[in-house]
Design a protein around this ligand. Structure first.
Ligand code: NAD
Ligand code: UDP
Length: 319
């Protein structure tokens, strides 16, 4: 069946890949974005297609459209970007969710929320399972995002209980790939750009902290599977790649793959930076029949090719 689908944050890294897949599947796709961190370049190739539309709009204000599925992805995801205007970040998470849930309620549409592993904060259990309630500082520099996303999950479940709506929540773990903004500031893009320019690679802290990196194509497949689960299934479901690496190991791997002359330098660890992160994906495996397929080396290779092209276009600087 063809759907009419709204993707908020559709001009961003993940949103643009999602729009592309949904358009390729033959759906009518409306991409909504205020272009705070997204780029028209990410979706330019879709603009001429009859089943794709772009709306510049801020989700913190209501909007009236006719769709039967909503993917709510609007929100800056990189720590430097969500901390740039933290009040707006909380508004985007909370007011944005209220507006999109209200829209879904009026239309009887299914709505999926892009939640995050950040709802687990600096986790005291490892790997993180969906029934873990998290360890989050509610007054720190990451709180606008962490608590904003937690409140969004609360709103989704309250709308579901109160109005019997079809909601879906995915908790996304660190994902990387083409279409990341060159100034994104997250670790994979920073390290690749630094390596390609033979600049110092900035490790925050001693580099012993871990993350588990998922390639974007794997994630998008999981997201669409989740949207199309039966009405009663809400999640939350973790989506991410369970292979865990230290930030130090990631830096070494990127230097090796780019054949770079970069040196490692150590900078202070940001406040409340989670020490370990790795998803337990048993739920995604059993319910969605989903498991990531792309290994780190392969995914990094494709991402390096993307950033090399960006470099040639002169779109480079480090945030
Ligand atoms: P991104 O910054 O590239 O994309 C976010 C998009 O939302 C951008 O296009 C931005 O312009 C848009 N946006 C921001 N505020 C908006 C507003 N008020 N109104 C309309 N549009 C707005 O980040 P991303 O990595 O693509 O993340 C997309 C979603 O996935 C976010 O909700 C993020 O929290 C979630 N997520 C991503 C990751 C990851 O590793 N990439 C991990 C966990 C969760
Ligand atoms: N990091 C780093 N150097 C950088 C950017 C990030 O060492 O140039 C570290 C950061 O402190 C964190 C990890 O890499 O421990 C992942 O950071 P990112 O901003 O990508 O995402 P997070 O998972 O923290 O939201």
């Amino acid at each position: 069946m063809t759907n009419t689908i709204l993707v908020t944050g559709g001009g961003g890294f993940l949103g643009s890949h999602l729009c592309e897949s949904l358009v390729e599947q033959g759906n009518d796709v409306i991409c909504l974005d205020n272009f705070f961190t997204g780029r028209k370049e990410n979706i330019r190739h879709l603009l001429g297609k009859p089943n794709f539309e772009l709306i510049r709009h801020d989700v913190t204000f209501p909007i009236y459209l006719e769709v039967n599925q909503i993917y709510n992805f609007a929100c800056p995801a990189s720590p430097i970007h969500y901390q740039h205007d933290p009040v707006q970040t909380t508004k985007t998470c909370v007011h944005g969710s209220i507006n999109m849930l209200g829209l879904a309620k009026r239309l009887n549409a299914v709505i999926l929320q892009a939640s995050t592993s950040e709802v687990y904060g600096d986790p005291s259990i490892h790997p993180q399972t969906e029934n873990y309630w998290g360890n989050v500082n509610c007054i720190g520099p990451r709180s606008c995002y962490d608590e904003g996303k937690r409140c969004a999950e609360t709103l989704f479940f309250d709308y579901q209980r109160q109005y019997k709506m079809a909601i879906k929540i995915i908790r996304i773990f660190n994902t990387y790939g083409p279409n990341m903004h060159p100034n994104d500031g997250r670790v994979v893009s920073n390290f690749i750009i630094q390596a390609l320019l033979n600049q110092d690679i900035t490790i925050y802290g001693e580099g012993n902290q871990t993350r588990s990196f998922c390639y974007v194509d794997d994630l998008i497949r999981g997201i669409i599977l989740m949207m199309n689960t039966k009405k009663e299934f809400t999640g939350p479901v973790n989506l991410g790649n369970p292979f865990e690496f230290t930030i130090f190991e990631l830096a070494e791997k990127i230097i090796q793959l780019t054949d770079s002359k970069s040196k490692l330098i150590f900078k202070p660890l940001p406040l409340d930076d989670p020490q370990r992160r790795k998803p337990n994906i048993d739920k995604a495996k059993s319910i969605l029949n989903w498991t990531p397929r792309v290994e780190l080396e392969e995914g990094l290779g494709k991402t390096i090719v993307y950033f090399e092209k960006e470099l040639k276009k002169g779109n480079f600087s480090i945030a």
